[in-house]
Design a protein around this ligand. Structure first.
Ligand code: GAR
Length: 193
């Protein structure tokens, strides 16, 4: 389990694969006095991930590891995390599955945000499947990461209403707006239960 010591902020790494809008909201949150985290490292599996640019802008160290199930790559990632004394990992639009060994190394210290009300709609193409199955409510979830996909203990969820006018684009936007608020709230809850 991850705990904050005194007034020191918890050294955090954020893993991304794409745009990084959740990364941006986490960085902004980390700059607030009330935030228990300080973001020290951004890791992406994709060198072209747009979110990596945020590292330049906010002067946060960035690293790219393909994390394609390659042992060596994973070892390098763990080394980098340890080198930077990382004590919390936030997956934020990270589209790779971490190995059991990796998760064991950071037990209770990896969080993820998923764009559905878990346990409903685990996995990819969430909004498309939500719309196809004619749901009236969806949302987002922040949870601990365990060895099973999108199945770890839930920390917080936020519901989002679906209207008849919604399509994948509008729903993505509506849910993302809530994700940006939910991730910081979940982190606050974790450290000040
Ligand atoms: C977010 O909606 C996040 O919940 C989702 O990817 C998007 C990333 O957006 N994650 C997953 O689907 C993980 N299975 P962002 O790059 O703008 O934060």
């Amino acid at each position: 389990m991850v705990t904050s010591v005194g007034s020191k902020k918890v050294k955090t790494a954020v893993f991304i694969s794409g745009t990084g809008s959740n990364l941006k909201s986490l960085i902004k949150f980390s700059h607030q006095k009330k935030s228990p985290i300080s973001i020290q490292l951004i890791i992406s599996n994709d060198p072209k991930a747009k979110g990596l640019k945020l590292g330049n802008f906010y002067q946060i160290k960035k690293k790219v590891f393909s994390l394609n199930g390659n042992n060596l790559d994973e070892k390098k990632t763990i080394l980098e995390l340890n080198k930077n004394k990382i004590d919390l990992i936030c997956l934020a639009g990270f589209m790779k599955i971490l190995s059991k060994n990796f998760i064991k190394n950071f037990k209770g210290k990896i969080l993820n945000i998923h764009p559905s009300l878990l346990p409903k709609f685990k996995g990819l193409h969430t909004h498309k499947r939500v719309l196809k199955s004619k749901q009236k409510i969806t949302g987002c979830t922040v949870h601990f990461v365990n060895a099973k996909l999108d199945s770890g203990k839930i920390i917080l969820q936020k519901k989002v209403n679906i209207t008849k006018k919604d399509n994948e684009k509008t729903l993505t936007k509506k849910v993302l707006t809530q994700e940006h608020k939910l991730y910081p709230r979940a982190i606050l809850k974790l450290f000040n239960p």
